[in-house]
Design a protein around this ligand. Structure first.
Ligand code: A2P
Length: 344
């Protein structure tokens, strides 16, 4: 069977990866529509050796589309996702617009594929930092239960889009030469901007009333929803680091039952989509530079807490544009096809 596919935000950091991955994975598409803002309409882009003309994303563009991958920001999704779904497309939305909507499944195929059984035309792709973390938490939860999670993230600038990558590149070249004049990070729409080269930004997205940022709240709320653990004790601190691609996370978790180090390693070795990179004697551990362009979630630096018997420390790294975004979105579509949840 062949499917008509649309990519909304096709010129963006994630949209381009979606196009690449559809080709690389031999996704059964008959045609791809590249959609973006009116600024890009009329330009061309090559996908799988075929040249497509970029069109403006508007409701009529979704006529006949089976899968619509949205990655053009929450406002575009809020405006167009329902229009696309009403025209019969299955929308797989990379933004936060529908993630916490109780009628919208929030899916990581390795963790909660069953959530795809009930949807209203829109499936939400979780936040990039959440996806890589739950891929590791879920197999441990299945083995020993899960009581508590404390996570600190080290997030790459590509999570903030193509403009943020440019900003890091320009600032890096200018390091020590002149005063940078940042305009994008940490949050484009807010009044203050700080350099990211040679710096860390302990703010990703806007602050909420409770002092956590929206990014931190996304990790906390989305993890509870994906894992169906509404009462999980979880807290996050999210930090932007001067890395182009690859989010890293230092995670402390407590299971219900105690696991030995060997049991933890066995569970994670067997976990779908997860690759163990943990050999301190040989200096083997995950790093964002080496996770870039790779599909798996890498985990290493596994330690038992020195005091708390059920406490585990680990380090998780994944390509935020792939498993954190484009790849997970396509895996959702592939899972729906495999589970016969969509017809062409
Ligand atoms: P465009 O290039 O035409 O502005 P990134 O996350 O890398 O910043 O990319 C954002 C993506 O969202 C781009 O493809 C961008 O297209 C697209 N986009 C931004 N605003 C709109 C809009 N109003 N309608 C459709 N696509 C949009």
């Amino acid at each position: 069977e062949q499917y008509q596919v649309a990519i909304v935000g096709a010129t963006g950091a994630v949209g381009q990866k979606i196009a690449e991955k559809l080709v690389e994975r031999n996704f059964p598409y008959s045609h791809i529509k590249l959609l973006a803002s009116s600024r890009s309409a009329g330009q061309t882009a090559k996908v799988g050796g075929h040249t497509y003309t970029i069109e403006e994303a508007k409701p009529e563009a979704f006529d006949g589309v089976d899968f619509a991958f949205f990655s053009a920001g929450g406002d575009v999704s809020r405006k167009l996702a329902k229009e696309a779904a009403a025209r019969g497309a299955v929308v797989i939305d990379n933004t936060s617009a529908f993630r916490m909507d109780p009628d919208t499944p929030l899916v990581v195929p390795e963790v909660n594929p069953q959530a795809l059984h009930e949807h209203n035309g829109i499936i939400a792709n979780p936040n990039c930092s959440t996806i890589q973390m739950v891929c590791v938490l879920e197999p441990l939860r299945q083995k020993a239960g899960l009581k508590k999670v404390i996570v600190s993230t080290y997030q790459a600038v590509s999570g903030s889009g193509a403009a943020a990558i440019d900003e890091l590149t320009k600032e890096s070249h200018a390091l020590g030469l002149s005063e940078p004049s940042p305009q994008v990070l940490p949050v484009k729409s807010q009044p203050k901007h700080y350099p990211i080269a040679g710096n860390l930004l302990p703010q990703i997205d806007v602050f909420e009333e409770n002092g956590f940022t929206f990014e931190e709240m996304k990790m906390m709320n989305e993890t509870k929803k994906i894992m169906s653990l509404p009462d999980l004790s979880i807290a996050a601190t999210c930090v932007r680091v001067p890395v182009v691609t690859g989010h890293s996370e230092s995670v402390y978790l407590e299971t219900e039952q105690e696991l030995s180090l060997q049991e933890i390693r066995d569970v994670l070795t067997a976990a779908e989509g997860v690759v163990l990179q943990d050999d301190p004697t040989a200096q083997v551990y995950p790093m964002p530079l080496y996770a870039t362009d790779e599909d798996p979630v890498f985990v290493g630096r596994i330690r038992k807490d020195p005091v708390e018997k059920t406490g585990i420390h680990l380090w998780i790294v994944a390509d935020n544009l792939l498993k954190g975004a484009a790849l997970n979105s396509i895996q959702i579509a592939e899972k729906m096809i495999a589970q016969k949840e969509v017809s062409s």
